[in-house]
Design a protein around this ligand. Sequence first.
Ligand code: ZN
Length: 195
Amino acid sequence: MRIYDRILRDHIALVTHAAGFAARVHAGQTRKGESGPAFILHPAEVADLLAKALEQPDADLVAAAWLHDVVEKTKIGLEEIEELFGPRVASLVAEVSDDKSLPEAERHRMQIETIGEKSEAARLLRLADKISGLRELAEDPPAGWDIARRRDWLRFATDVAAGCRGLNAALDLLFDQAAAAAAGSIDEMPARPAG
Ligand code: ZN
């Protein structure tokens, strides 16, 4: 086998392994959307966004996209991710994992404050994460979220994305489209629940 083919095979195997691992550890988890979508659809979308948009193919980054919520949402730790997927994948996951011991408002503030210190790859991952979150907000929002909560999340996503812009024009555009769709869906909500 040519060296190029061997490297390509290893990269495909890494991403496939990450996808299967994420599906296994997120099994049974659902997103907050009213229709109760399987959680794995979110990392799948983030990985898909990056796989298609990256100008420089980066298997570690796409694998990290599959795994980006594993530390926050499961019992798997960074050591295990490093052991299975290598130090760069683990460090990318670490860069986008919030400290779950903090309250949500504090975690959001930290995400906004620290985004500028993250690596370029972590900022692209974070941007794709927010595109996916805004698409959900527009298309299948959490049942209990009122207008104010949706507006807050849109503002939070926009503030984080501001620290990620200028790295990838395709993702910047997709973010703007997702933010516009989310804002439109919020504007269409009745001011207070009917009845
Ligand atoms: Zn996420």
